[in-house]
Design a protein. Sequence first.
Length: 208
Amino acid sequence: MRKINRNREPEFWIQYKHLHPGEQYADLRKSKDGSIIRREIRRYLLQSQCGLCAYCCRKIEMDGSLNEHIKPQASYPKQSMNYDNLIVSCKTEGVDATCGARKGNKFEEGLFVSPLQEDCEEKFVFYPNGQIEGADEAGEYTSQVLNLNAYELQRARRAQYKVCASYHDAGIVQSCFLVPTEDGQMEPFADMVQYFYERGHFDIERSG
C-alpha cells in the first residue's frame, strides 16, 4: 500500500452534493447525471493515485476499476458521499478477488489500514518472492481482508522485483519506477519497489 497524496476535493463533486442534498452514493445509479458524476470522480481520483489501485498498487484504468468506499456504504451511509472516504480500487471477481471487490462490507474501525493515513506504508512488510504481510495487527488484518497475497498479486510483485533487481542500479530504479511520468502515471507495485529501494536491494554493491 502506498500513501496517497490527495488532490483537493474537486469543485464538480462539491457542486453536485450542494445541488442534491441528502443524496447518497447508491442514488447516483438512478440518474444520468449521477452516473456521469460517478465516472468523473473515478477519473479524478485515479489521477491522484497515479493510475494504481489504492490498495494493491497494480496498474488500473477507468474500465478496469471501481469506486471504493473505505468505510462501507452499508455501515456508514452518511459518509457515502464523503470525498475522504472514496478511492479507486482494481476490479476483480470470484474466489481470487482482491482489494475493494474482496473487502465488501468488511471494515474494523481502528484496524483497517487506509491508503490515506500517514503511516499506512509502515504497516506492511514485503518479500522478494512477492509475499506481503502485516507489520502489526492492523497490517495483517488489512492484508487478509483485501486478499493481498492472492496468487496473481504475488506472482506480479515477484516479477516486478526481478525486473528492478536486474538493473543493479538504484538510481535507475528510482527514476523509472518511483517517479511519476509526465502524465502522472507510475509503474505498478510502487509500494513494494519503494520498500526494497529504501533497504538498499537495488544498490550496485549489494547486488554484485
